[in-house]
Design a protein around this ligand. Structure first.
Ligand code: FAD
Length: 389
């Protein structure tokens, strides 16, 4: 069996690559380890940034892929109970960011691709990559009946996340990893509780907290906690009382908690993002700490750069895009890492991050003061949130 591109993984990165390649008339096969249900129910990110919204418009896919509603236009930062609304107007023309839960984007990308006649194979087990530096690469796997299959291809798009097989197939010593650990954990809670009016991030002496919409009746909350904390130490009562204290909102409406997880705030960049015929796309190449909501949006960016590069090569015999894929993506990755790191430090240090100390606390308060009083600082922030800087 043979195709032009084998895409490993059907998350936001893989499904965007697959849809864009089809729009360019390029054959591909998507191999996904999990079942369709699992992929379609995985709840994570919730905001598609302005840049990515406009990208789907340019490809004629906006109507098919978006659910949700356009973003309110404001972000609320609450400092010790006092509210500051930051305009998300970045000064550019065109459609704004959207509140669109990741699973809705994934469901829509998936059905659009399949309706277009796209080839997507779920429950592909034991995927392995071969001959990545040869004339053609080969991807082997087992189909759900257990039969061994092999597909030869010109390119492999490694879209299988941080724990996937793609990056692990690159020989030792080829990539350099740049990891960073913030020394902070977040308890994340999904609840059937009314969403906040605006995306809300709160600084308080009890620690950082945030409240984001995940649909008309669902919310995702975040609570800063020590790295060695455990979700079992957070029964419902404690979650809601801490949220009320940190958000400075004694009237916060609670609801059934549907998911409760603890994760460490960490980032990593792998450089370069390609090896021979393999191109890493999205979380397979980089993880960005969640503050600023850039993880999924970076995956969408990489996907478009890759699709353009393959199209230029196949349709115009121009390999510039393929050769510049890694530096071009990494430029944006580092830009967004910097933004996320800055925002993470600022919003934790301004509260009571145990490692911050009084000097960093003072710096963080000064940054927030500038952000909430200088229109120029607020505009620069809006541009970064939009993904236009
Ligand atoms: P993934 O979504 O991880 O998809 C990888 C796919 O590959 C999966 O379907 C997986 O099953 C499949 N796969 C893995 N291994 C194999 C294999 N060996 N063979 C075949 N298939 C394989 N980002 C934001 O922008 N904003 C947010 O608010 C935000 N919040 C988040 C909250 C949480 C709790 C988490 C965990 C993440 C959050 N992120 C957020 C990050 C965002 O979810 C990721 O950046 C995004 O999912 C990356 O997409 P991806 O397609 O690269 O990888």
């Amino acid at each position: 069996e043979s195709t032009t591109v084998v895409v490993i993984g059907a998350g936001p990165a893989g499904l965007t690559v697959a849809n864009l390649l089809r729009r360019c008339g390029i054959d591909c096969v998507v191999l996904e380890r999990r079942a369709r249900d699992h992929v379609e129910q995985r709840q994570r990110a919730g905001i598609v940034e302005t840049r990515a919204v406009r990208m789907f418009h340019e490809w004629g896919l906006a109507d098919q892929v978006f659910g949700g509603i356009p973003l309110s236009g404001f972000l609320e930062i609450r400092i010790a109970g006092e509210s500051h609304l930051l305009s998300q107007d970045d000064g550019s023309e065109g459609p704004p960011a959207r509140l669109c839960p990741q699973q809705v984007l994934v469901q829509n990308l998936l059905s659009t691709y399949v309706a277009d006649g796209g080839d997507l194979r779920f429950e592909a087990a034991d995927v392995s990559l071969h001959d990545l530096t040869g004339e053609r690469a080969t991807v082997r796997y087992r189909d759900p009946s257990g039969a061994a299959r092999a597909i030869d291809c010109a390119f492999v798009a490694g879209c299988d996340g941080d724990h996937g097989v793609s990056r692990a197939s690159i020989p030792d010593g080829v990539l350099t990893a740049y990891p960073f650990d913030h020394g902070i954990a977040w308890l994340t809670v999904l609840a059937d509780a009314p969403p906040s009016v605006h995306p809300l991030m709160a600084v308080s002496p009890h620690g950082f907290a945030a409240h984001f919409a995940r649909g008309p009746r669902a919310s995702r909350f975040y609570l800063q906690c020590p790295p060695d904390d455990h979700p079992d130490a957070w029964p419902d009562d404690r979650v809601w009382s801490q949220l009320r204290a940190r958000l400075g909102d004694p009237a916060l409406v609670s609801g059934p908690i549907t998911e409760r997880e603890l994760f460490q705030l960490r980032s990593i960049v792998h450089d370069p993002m390609d090896h021979g015929r393999l191109f890493l796309v999205g979380d397979a190449a980089h993880i960005v700490s969640p503050m600023g909501g850039k993880g999924m949006n970076l995956a969408l960016y990489d996907a478009e750069v890759f699709a353009h590069a393959v199209s230029d090569f196949l349709h115009h015999n121009d390999d510039t895009g393929l050769r510049s894929y890694s530096p071009r993506c990494l430029r944006r990755v580092w830009n967004d890492q910097e933004f996320s790191h800055w925002l993470t430090q600022t919003l934790h240090d301004a509260g009571d991050h145990p490692l911050a100390g009084p000097f960093r606390h003072g710096l963080a308060r000064a940054r927030l003061d500038r952000l909430t009083t200088s229109p120029t600082a607020a505009r620069a922030f809006a541009e970064l949130m939009a993904g236009l800087a």
